[in-house]
Design a protein around this ligand. Sequence first.
Ligand code: XBP
Ligand code: MG
Length: 255
Amino acid sequence: MLQALLWDVDGTLAETERDGHRVAFNRAFEALGLPWRWDAQEYGDLLRVTGGLERITAYMATRADAPAAPAQRAALARELHRLKNQHYGAMAAAGAIALRPGVSDLIEAAHRAGWRQAIATTTSRANVQSLLRHHFGASWQCRFDAVVCGEDVAAKKPAPEVYLRVLDALGLAPAAALAIEDSPAGVAAAHGAGVPVLVTRSAYFGADGFDAAAAVGPGLHTCRLWRPAPVDAPARDGPLRLQDLIAWHAAAVAA
Ligand code: XBP
Ligand code: MG
């Protein structure tokens, strides 16, 4: 039986990658006088590396104008990541990063129904806090029974550790939960932990296959264009309902 929703953050709750982290990285480059700039398309390729610190470190390995000495390069990566998170926090706090349509309603519906909910993300805790405090207020943590972030794990997604830690915190078996993700790395992480997963397609992963997912669709705000389709979807319009999630989860667990 479905007892908990496990939410990914970046790409799932909001288009944080394109509209938040990317922009904030560019501001950090500018602040340090670096000529590097990431446009939306290049950033999509860079997302193959999960974790902001890991991403900038991997990027520097491709740049002739990055510091050659490993210690200097690592220090620059840390400083850029710190500055990036500072800019990201300011943007999130100012409301510059909107939640994706349907996200808030589904979180509230699950909360009212007494479902347990958790955050399972590879982003830094400070970033999660700034985004959710802005959208759900100072008491945002009341909606989530566990919040596991990038700092809490030794191996980020696609490793399953973040999901295993959330399950442990909730005291639940994997089959009692449903993950909501947007990326191949996120789906692999949930799948690796044995958690059925729903994919809400985001800006950067619109064309990926997601064979391991219980259902794949364009967003939580609509019951249209989901595969498989919600049971009575042809006869209705509007957002996904908790019943749709229950049905997909049951089918995934039975498969
Ligand atoms: C996605 C990530 C994150 C962000 C950047 O996380 O890989 O690393 O791109 O955040 P998820 P940080 O989809 O699991 O939420 O710079 O804080 O790592
Ligand atoms: Mg994501």
